[in-house]
Design a protein around this ligand. Structure first.
Ligand code: ADP
Ligand code: MG
Length: 248
C-alpha cells in the first residue's frame, strides 16, 4: 500500500489559539477513513488545515501528500495535486451555472481545455448516477437548491473532478434518508470509477453502514484519542464517545 496522505505531529492555530495539538494520521491510497469526534473537537479544522485554508496557520509538524511535503503550499496548488474538500455549508454562486462551474473547475485543475460537448456528456452521465434532473446543469450554482440538492451538487463535483483524495466534511448532515442513499451511491461510484481515497467526517449511521471503512480516527480537543477499524465507527454510533475520551 502506498501512503497518499500523512500528517506528522500536525499543530495548527487560528487567531493565536492552538486548535490541533499534534495530529498523526496515515491514509493509504484507495482507502476509506472516517474521522469522528464531538462538536468542536477540531474535525473541520483538521480538514481545512490539510487543504491549506488560510484561516488556519500550521505551527508545527508536517503534511505529506503522495510523499511530498506540502505543508506550506497554497490551497490552489493542493487542489491541482488532486486534493478536494467539501464544505459543511456549500456557497451559492449567482451568475454561473452548475455546468459552467464544473467545467471551469476541471480546466483549472488539469490545466487543459475541455470540449463543451465532451463536458456535457460526462456531466449527464454523472448526474444520472446521482438521480439529478438534467435541468440542474443549467441552473445557477446552489442558488435556490435545497440542502439535499446542494449536497448532490458536491458529490457531482467529486465525480467530475475525480480528485485523488476527497475529504467530505459532514456532507450528509441534515439530509433525508433518500438523499443519504444518493450520497452513499455517489461515494461508492467515486471509489469504483476513480479509485479515490476518502476521509469522511460523519456521524451518519446509514453512510457508515453502507461503506467499507478501512480505518476510524477519533478526535477530541485537537488530539487523536483512539484509532481502529470500521467497527470502531459503528461502536461510537451505538454507544457514544464517552469511553474513548480521556484515553490519552
Ligand atoms: P468540529 O468540526 O470538530 O465540530 P471545529 O474544527 O469546527 O470542530 O472547531 C474546533 C475548535 O476550534 C472549536 O472550539 C472552534 O470554536 C475553534 N475554531 C475553529 N475555527 C476557528 C477560527 N477560525 N478561529 C477561532 N477558533 C476557531
Ligand atoms: Mg465541523
Amino acid at each position: 500500500m502506498s501512503i497518499l496522505l500523512e500528517t506528522k505531529g500536525l499543530t495548527a492555530a487560528a487567531e493565536d489559539k492552538e486548535l490541533l495539538h499534534g495530529v498523526d494520521i496515515v491514509i493509504g491510497e484507495g482507502e476509506t477513513h472516517v474521522l469522528m469526534g464531538q462538536n468542536g473537537a477540531g474535525k473541520s479544522t483538521f480538514g481545512c488545515t490539510v487543504m491549506g485554508s488560510p484561516e488556519y496557520t500550521v505551527t508545527g509538524g508536517k503534511i505529506l501528500f503522495d510523499g511530498e511535503d506540502i505543508t506550506s503550499e497554497t490551497a490552489d496548488k493542493r487542489a491541482r495535486r488532486g486534493m478536494f474538500l467539501s464544505f459543511q455549508n456549500p456557497v451559492e454562486i449567482p451568475g454561473i451555472t452548475l455546468s459552467e462551474f464544473l467545467r471551469n473547475a476541471i480546466e483549472q485543475q488539469t490545466g487543459k481545455r475541455i470540449k463543451l460537448f465532451e463536458h456535457k456528456k460526462n456531466l449527464a452521465k454523472a448526474m444520472e448516477v446521482l438521480g439529478m434532473d438534467s435541468s440542474y446543469a443549467d441552473r445557477e450554482l446552489n442558488v435556490g437548491f435545497s440542502g439535499g440538492e446542494k449536497k448532490k451538487a458536491e458529490i457531482l463535483q467529486l465525480l467530475m473532478l475525480r480528485p485523488r483524495l476527497a475529504i467530505l466534511d459532514e456532507t450528509d448532515s441534515g439530509l433525508d434518508v433518500d438523499a443519504v442513499k444518493t450520497v452513499s451511491k455517489g461515494i461508492e461510484e467515486y471509489r469504483k470509477s476513480v479509485g479515490g481515497t476518502l476521509l469522511i467526517i460523519t456521524h451518519n449511521a446509514k453512510i457508515l453502514e453502507e461503506l467499507r471503512v478501512d480505518r476510524t480516527h477519533i478526535l477530541s480537543n485537537g488530539r487523536i484519542v483512539r484509532e481502529g477499524d470500521g467497527s470502531l465507527a459503528l461502536d461510537v454510533l451505538a454507544n457514544g464517545f464517552e469511553k474513548y475520551l480521556g484515553e490519552v
